[in-house]
Design a protein around this ligand. Structure first.
Ligand SMILES: Nc1ncnc2c1ncn2[C@@H]1O[C@H](COP(=O)(O)OP(=O)(O)OP(=O)(O)O)[C@@H](O)[C@H]1O
Length: 562
């Protein structure tokens, strides 16, 4: 696609907000739930697009006066809300590189991420500054510090002080396409979290492609379950009603808060992780409630089980649900609607065909190549596979990130050079069908290399997930590399865990029977029951198969050769 489709020659993504502020100055940009009225209804704090544009420019000017220059790395650690969105735009406008870390990954991981990127300052809530000070000399290079809230003993500026800055002759940074805008960490479900470098152009294209594909109109209202979606919404002229929830632990959401935000604002869209929709769908089913105003429900970040799609179709009867597919490094790559899944692809999934994640977004090129665990430096080293064959997915396009800020080694393993272009290796395996849709078959690192060939997680697991008592399952391999013994671990639905040895035997027999009927699974001899799978905190959906492998090894010691 040509660069000419962008509205301005300057790529600074922060300027998208200023364009919206010109066309919809009085529209509400952000609404945050506040106290309750006497009758129990909610009050909301709001800011308009013009207000947000002005506020973020003042803060950017204030940061510039403090000495922040383009390229300065600043850790942004503020809870989702008006301040957060304004600060994201302020940092873009001054040209700083925002470091965004999900606190849900735990203190040790957060500190290790910070150590790797060495921020030059913290724009953060008081507790973060207190910890920074307590860490003594660890963050001695951090000089540009801003407190969002009450400043105590740690010095630096406050956000309120920056908000009073005279803008004077401050001008937003004239970013070029490849200028760095942010470093965002992956959730670390297959190893330590990696810091992904985002370019200004990448963010702009994300906004553009998401808006185009889902036909999102300015003036719509979104209830975002991802903090960063406030940024995309504001850049599209869409109101964000930030729901009350712990964004690091979406599974703990109180569904009532989502329903209330949607109802109060007659929201047309909501974008959250499958964990949120799992909770909301069950709640609506139990209470007989639905959300008639929604016309679009988006669920991203992890595989979305069909039972979640089904419940949400009932809970949002006027909406279509979509499951965008992508990763921190490359988003969005593809998308499919719940109607297409439930009406068509689910049949093939049940038989072990993988999960169809849909067709490509505009601007994305993709191919499936022979699986390798080695770096592939240049495109001539890849071996493309014929359509229908399972391999590694590689993607290319303007939203694809080019490198990790934290590890040269990780960059070499994930990127392939093709002239000036860069392909990203998704780390996922699957195949393309005749309609050029991708069928996800699991993470590359989770494949099981047995003596008889390679087994892939998602196809095998979906066969066993068809058992009515099984909530989810995990294929793991135990034993020596290349001659692993496949083991399927199943987690029954809550309340369905067998109580007696006879019930356990009966369930295991039924699983054997299901396995015997399909060539993909008939060699599996070992089944284990687990009450509660270890999963990632962010999505509450990504199964930690590495942990389950160790757990299975302890139980199946006797069958291990040697
Ligand atoms: N719609 C979807 N359906 C199935 N899987 C999905 C979907 N969307 C995302 N995923 C999975 O999530 C992955 C991206 O997750 P993310 O960027 O959060 O990093 P992570 O893989 O969890 O962390 P790390 O790379 O550190 O292990 C994809 O590669 C894919 O495996």
């Amino acid at each position: 696609m040509s660069e000419a489709t962008l509205t301005t020659p300057v790529f600074n993504v922060g300027l998208l907000l200023d364009e919206i502020a010109q066309t919809r100055p009085d529209g509400v940009a952000i609404a945050v739930p506040g106290k309750r009225n006497k009758d129990g209804s909610r009050k909301y704090d709001t800011i308009t697009f013009a207000g947000l544009a002005e506020d973020s420019t003042k803060v950017a000017a204030g940061l510039a006066q403090m000495g922040v220059t383009p390229g300065t790395r600043l850790a942004l650690m503020v809870r989702p809300g008006i301040d957060f969105v304004s600060l994201v735009f302020a940092l873009f406008k001054v040209g700083a590189v925002s470091i965004l870390i999900d606190p849900g990954m735990g203190k040790k991981n957060v500190l290790s991420c910070l150590d790797q990127v060495k921020p030059k300052g913290f724009v953060a809530i008081p507790i973060v500054h207190a910890v920074r000070k307590l860490c003594g000399r660890r963050y001695k290079e951090s000089t540009f510090n801003v407190t969002a809230g009450k400043r105590w003993f740690w010095g630096g500026a406050t956000l309120d002080e920056l908000r009073k800055t005279e803008v004077g002759d401050f001008r937003p940074f004239e970013a070029e396409a490849d200028d760095q805008a942010a470093i965002i960490f992956t959730s670390g479900s297959t190893g330590p979290p990696k810091g992904v470098e985002f370019r200004h152009e990448g963010f702009r294209r994300q906004v553009q492609f998401i808006q185009e594909r889902y036909e999102i109109q300015p003036g719509e209202v979104d209830v975002p379950g991802f903090p960063l979606f406030g940024l995309f919404n504001s850049a599209m002229g869409v109101t964000s009603v930030i729901p009350e929830m712990d964004f690091s632990r979406p599974a703990t959401v109180d569904p009532k808060n989502i329903l209330e935000a949607v109802g109060d604002w007659e929201a047309t869209q909501s974008f959250a992780s499958p964990a949120v929709w799992n909770a909301v769908g069950q709640f609506c089913e139990r209470e007989g409630l639905w959300m008639p105003s929604l016309k679009r429900v988006l669920s991203a970040g992890a595989p979305v089980p069909p039972h979640v799609l089904k419940r949400m179709k009932a809970a949002a009867p006027n909406a279509e649900m979509y499951t965008p597919y992508g990763a921190t490094e490359a988003l969005p790559v593809a998308s499919i609607s719940a109607s297409e899944v439930l009406g068509e692809t689910i049949e093939r999934s049940r038989e072990g065909g993988g999960t169809c994640v849909g067709s490509r977004f505009r601007g994305i090129d993709w191919q499936v190549i022979a699986i390798s665990d080695e770096p592939l430096d240049t495109i001539d080293q890849i071996q493309p596979l014929p359509r229908g064959e399972i391999g590694e997915l590689i993607v290319h396009g303007p939203v694809i990130t080019h490198r990790y800020a934290t590890s040269e080694e990780a960059t070499r393993l994930a990127k392939i050079h093709d002239g000036d272009a860069i392909w990203h290796r998704m780390g996922d395996v699957g195949y393309l069908d005749q309609q050029d849709r991708f069928w996800f078959c699991g993470r590359k690192s989770h494949r099981v290399l047995t003596a008889e060939g390679t087994m892939f997680t998602i196809p095998v697991e979906s066969i066993f997930n068809t058992h009515e008592k099984i909530f989810r399952s995990a294929l793991v391999g135990i034993g020596p590399e290349g001659a692993k013994i496949p083991v399927v671990i199943v987690e029954p639905w809550s309340g369905q865990y067998p109580n007696t040895p006879e019930e356990i035997d009966a369930l295991l027999d039924e699983l054997h029977e299901i396995g015997n009927k399909n060539p993909l699974t008939q060699r599996i001899e070992h089944f284990l029951l687990h009450p509660n799978f270890p999963v990632d905190v962010r999505h509450n959906a990504k199964i930690f198969r590495e942990k389950l492998t160790i757990w299975a090894e302890d139980r199946l010691d006797a069958i291990l050769p040697g």
